[in-house]
Design a protein around this ligand. Structure first.
Ligand code: S3P
Length: 426
């Protein structure tokens, strides 16, 4: 599907974002492991989170959604049943990586795979720690989906993450729910802590000490009624769009503001973006609040180390902001971008080339000089939701009408993104 984007003079209005993708996955999986009914408000309708629900259904869990409320009829820690065919994670790395931790501990075998993009994503990072727990997992060419998982009893481990990855941390902690004893994950760098928070919401104590996160296995999970905040990574597209289009004034309602995610806001404010937190509160253990953003030119800067890791999903749209900033954007320590839904360094560079924007690509990042003007162009998501949305945002500030090919990819995390953008644009 192709979308046409016209340049905007101003963005104006108030928006409500889809439910946070990361939190939704965790709620969907954990609720299925409780012995009872959990009620999830604002669970993401994005295709990735629906892939998680589809997989839980295929494992014998009944789930309904109506009027923004998803009810999961959990069957307890030992209640999943053998799926009929291959579990389909679609485009979702979170689904395959986190769910594999659960599947590895089941008294049945299963297979899990997904679309073409997912089939190119590295799985050794979960196979290694799960293997140490006793899991038996085979992968295509030893490292790619589909995975064939021969469920078995797992033992608890202490595992130090070699790459900063919340998906891998979560996979090991979920596997630890089924193992005897205490499973500990040590993080070299802090990553999003939604699993730690969600486990506690479902009644599982989690001990967190100096970067070591521990759970005891074989404890029953309690059903819960929880609310998913708006997705800050989805908000990033609206924030940058409003910054790029002069005279914009946009309010974003009930956005997740978990401190392990909000590096984006710290960075934007540090480069002079007029982003205000209008209110802040806590629901289901997660912070959320309303934000206001107005159009303005930002200075630009450098992302590296822990900062890069903390806002890895936002880098494509920050690259767009960087090109229009005063001083540009340098990104380092971002080799992980090469193994996301696409090689995001390559797909950002290709769309920039089409818009006449200069970029110098490095193995672990890029340099985008500031003060550049976007030329209208035929752009492409390359099947990657964040690339399509980042360049739809660039197109709002372009010299004329642009198109985005394969625009439907946005529905992976942000259904309704293009119509929301049209509603805001003046
Ligand atoms: C996610 C963790 C990140 C992020 C992904 C969602 C999560 O991936 O890029 O979009 O929900 O835990 P990694 O764990 O591979 O860094």
């Amino acid at each position: 599907m192709q979308e046409t984007i016209r340049p905007a003079v101003r963005l104006e209005g108030a928006v409500t974002l889809p439910g946070d993708k990361s939190i939704s996955h965790r709620y969907g999986m954990l609720a299925a492991l409780t012995a009872g009914d959990s009620v999830l408000h604002n669970y993401s309708l994005g295709a990735d989170c629906q892939s998680t629900l589809g997989a839980m259904r295929a494992l014998g869990i009944s789930i309904e959604t109506s009027n923004g409320v998803t009810t999961v009829h959990g069957k307890g820690l030992e209640g999943l049943s053998r799926p009929d065919g291959m579990l389909d994670a679609g485009n979702s790395g979170s689904t395959i990586r986190m769910l594999s931790g659960i599947l590895a501990a089941q008294p049945f075998g299963s297979e899990i795979g997904g679309d073409e993009s997912l089939s190119r994503r590295p799985m050794r990072r979960i196979m290694d720690p799960l293997g140490r727990m006793g899991a038996r997992i085979a992968a295509r060419d030893g490292q790619f989906p589909p995975l064939s998982i021969d469920g078995t009893a797992l033992r608890s481990i202490e595992y130090t993450l070699p790459v900063a990855s919340a998906q891998v941390k979560s996979c090991v902690l979920l596997a630890g729910l089924f193992a005897d004893g205490v499973t500990t994950v040590v993080e070299p760098m802090r990553t999003r802590d939604h699993t730690e928070i969600a486990l506690q919401q479902f009644g599982i104590p989690v001990e967190i000490r100096h970067g070591a996160i521990s759970v005891s296995g074989r404890r029953p999970l309690q059903p819960a009624e929880l609310t998913v905040p708006g997705d800050l990574s989805a908000a990033a597209f609206i924030l940058v769009a409003a910054l790029l289009v002069p005279d914009s004034d946009v309010v974003l309602r009930r956005v997740g503001l978990n401190p392990t995610r909000s590096a984006l806001l710290d960075f934007l404010v540090s480069i002079g973006a007029p982003v205000e937190v209008l209110s802040i509160g806590e629901h289901s253990g997660e912070l959320s609040g309303d934000l206001r953003v107005r159009g303005a030119q930002v200075t630009g800067g450098t992302l590296s180390g822990a900062m890069t890791a903390a806002l890895i999903d936002e880098i494509p749209v920050l690259a767009v902001l960087g090109a229009a900033s005063r001083d540009g954007l340098a990104v380092r320590d971002a080799a992980e971008l090469r193994v996301k839904e696409t090689d995001r360094i390559a797909t950002v560079a290709e769309n920039f080339r089409r818009m006449g924007i200069q970029i110098t690509v490095r193995p672990d990042g890029f340099d985008v000089p500031g003060g550049q003007r976007f030329q209208a162009a035929a752009l492409d998501s390359f099947g990657d939701h964040r690339i399509g949305m980042a360049f739809a945002v660039a197109a709002l500030a372009a010299s004329g009408e642009s198109t985005v090919e394969n625009a439907e990819a946005a529905s992976v995390s942000f259904p309704g993104f293009y119509s929301l953008l049209r509603d805001l644009a003046r």
